[in-house]
Design a binder for this molecule. Structure first.
Ligand SMILES: [Zn+2]
Length: 159
């Protein structure tokens, strides 16, 4: 374990990937309910009759170039999912961008669930990344640098 000069967490815990299994609104559903009402591919999730989600990466930049990436769900509309799944794994995905609403609470900012979020592709083989938001707080979350404690303390409670 290497101590960090800026916080009480070891340096090894400063760069993390944390994935949410499901959108928060489905968290309490039973396996039967999920099987009956949802259909799921790796990246897309359809909840009958008309809720659609897709996966996206939300990078949280910490001071001194550390990064915590949340693999979260974005609530989107049907045309967005149809378009995204059509161009997935094609070169067209390279210029993919869409907007939706964050469907998971981020541990450092639990109230941010539901915030609007725009994502875009950066690498052909990766999920789209969150880049901006019309919500001032959400925009700050993805475009600012954060103290180690703000982010890592909250993660200690969930992992
Ligand atoms: Zn630190």
């Amino acid at each position: 374990m290497t101590p960090c000069p800026d916080c009480r967490w070891p340096l090894e815990s400063h760069d993390r990937d944390i994935s949410f299994h499901l959108p928060d609104e489905l968290e309490d559903w039973s396996a039967e309910e999920l099987a009956e009402k949802t259909s799921r591919l790796d990246t897309f999730l359809h909840v009958k009759p008309n809720r659609f989600f897709m996966r996206a990466l939300i990078p949280i930049h910490l001071h001194h170039d550390h990064i915590v990436v949340f693999g979260a769900w974005l609530a989107v509309d049907r045309p967005t999912v149809e378009n995204a799944s059509r161009i997935w794994n094609t070169p067209e995905y390279g210029s993919f961008s869409c907007s939706g609403f964050l469907a998971n609470a981020l541990p450092p900012w639990p109230n941010i669930v539901g915030a609007p979020l725009t994502v875009e592709s950066r690498h052909l083989e990766e999920l789209p990344y969150a880049v901006s938001s019309s919500d001032a707080k959400m925009n700050e979350i993805v475009n600012s640098k954060w103290s180690h404690q703000t982010v890592l303390n909250s993660l200690a409670e969930i992992t």
